[in-house]
Design a protein around this ligand. Structure first.
Ligand code: R5P
Length: 296
C-alpha cells in the first residue's frame, strides 16, 4: 500500500517518524510560508497521485493551523490522492459543546462539519467528550479515539507511596475511573465551578477521608492552567503535599507552567502536544490505531 505521511510543522516529528517506520510509508514535508499580508502559501512537493495520504497535525493553537490544513487536504485531493486522513493527537474545539449563553457559536459542531467534509477519516487521543458521548455525534467520517489511560496508569504506579488519584471535576471521571482500574489506585473527583476563562473554584466533601495519601492530580487539558492551580491550592489548604499533576494535552504557556512548578507541584504531560513537560509517550498507541484504520 502506498502511504505518504504529510506534515506542515515539525511539532509531531517523533510521531511522523514512528508512522513512516511502522507503515513503510514515505514522509512528505510540505512547503509552507506566510505572504507578507499574512495569507498562507502551501505547496505539495511530491507525487501524491493514488496514495493514501495521512496528515499529521496536533491542533493546539488551532486557528493558525486550520486554513493551512484545509489548503493541504484540498491540494492532495486535487492532485489525485486516493484518500486523506487526519491524525490530530489533540483535537481542538471540543469544549464548546453547548450554547452556555444565548447566541454563542457551537464551535464543536461547526469544526466537526468542516473536518468531516474535507477528510476521509480521523484519529485522535482522548477528545474532550462531555455532553457528546462519542465523536460520531458530530463527525460524519470514521474516527478512532486512542486512550492515554494505559500509558498514564503505568506511569502513576510507581511514583509515590500511598497514592490517591484526584480529578478536578466530574468530567474527569471518564479518565480517572479507567486509570484507577488499570493501576489499582483509588480515585476521587472534586466539584468545579468555572466563572471565567481563568476563574475556577473546586470543592469536595470526600477529601478528608483520604488524609495521609499523596495526591496525583489528573486532567485531560491544561489550558490556562487555572484548574490545576486552584486544585493544587485546595489540596494544600486541606493539608496534602504538593501533588504530581498529569495533563493529557499540554496547551498551557510557559508562564503558567512555571507558576504550577513554583507551587511545588510536579507537572507531567503526554506527548499529544509538543511541550517540555512531555513525559508520557503514547505515539505507539496512535500508530497502532492509524494502521488498523488504514488497513480496514
Ligand atoms: C474542562 O472541562 C477540562 O476538562 C479542563 O479541566 C479544562 O479545559 C482546563 O482548562 P484550564 O487549564 O484553562 O483551567
Amino acid at each position: 500500500m502506498n502511504t505518504h505521511i504529510y506534515y506542515i510543522d515539525d511539532q509531531n516529528e517523533a510521531l511522523v517518524n514512528h508512522l513512516v517506520e511502522a507503515m513503510d510509508a514515505q514522509s512528505s514535508a510540505v512547503e509552507f510560508r506566510r505572504f507578507p499580508d499574512g495569507e498562507s502559501y502551501l505547496r505539495v512537493t511530491d507525487d501524491c497521485e493514488g496514495v493514501n495520504a495521512v496528515v499529521v497535525c496536533s491542533l493546539s493553537q488551532p486557528d493558525d493551523k486550520i486554513l493551512p490544513l484545509l489548503l493541504l487536504v484540498d491540494t492532495l485531493k486535487e492532485l489525485g490522492a486516493k484518500s486523506v486522513g487526519l491524525v490530530a493527537p489533540y483535537l481542538c474545539y471540543m469544549r464548546q459543546d453547548i450554547r452556555f449563553k444565548p447566541g454563542e457559536a457551537l464551535s464543536s459542531r461547526t469544526f466537526a462539519t468542516l473536518i468531516s467534509q474535507k477528510f476521509d477519516w480521523l484519529v485522535t487521543v482522548d477528545p474532550h467528550l462531555h455532553r457528546y458521548n462519542s465523536l460520531d455525534e458530530i463527525y460524519s467520517i470514521p474516527s478512532r479515539v486512542v486512550s492515554s489511560t494505559t500509558a498514564i496508569a503505568s506511569w502513576v504506579k510507581h511514583q509515590v507511596e500511598k497514592p490517591i488519584l484526584v480529578g478536578p471535576d466530574s468530567e474527569s471521571d471518564q479518565w480517572l475511573s479507567k486509570i484507577s482500574e488499570l493501576s489499582g489506585i483509588p480515585y476521587i473527583c472534586l466539584e468545579k465551578q468555572r466563572s471565567g476563562d481563568r476563574e475556577v473554584k473546586v470543592s469536595s466533601d470526600e477529601l478528608a477521608d483520604w488524609s495521609g495519601f499523596s495526591p496525583i492530580l489528573i486532567d485531560d487539558i491544561i489550558s490556562s492552567g487555572h484548574t490545576m492551580l486552584e486544585t493544587i491550592k485546595y489540596l494544600q489548604q486541606a493539608g496534602f503535599n504538593a501533588p504530581f499533576c498529569i495533563g493529557i494535552h499540554a496547551l498551557f504557556d510557559d508562564v503558567i507552567y512555571q507558576t504550577l512548578q513554583d507551587s511545588g507541584a510536579l507537572v507531567v504531560t503526554s506527548n499529544t502536544v509538543h511541550h517540555q513537560s512531555n513525559k508520557i509517550d503514547i505515539n505507539v498507541d496512535i500508530v497502532a490505531a492509524v494502521q488498523r484504520l488504514v488497513d480496514s
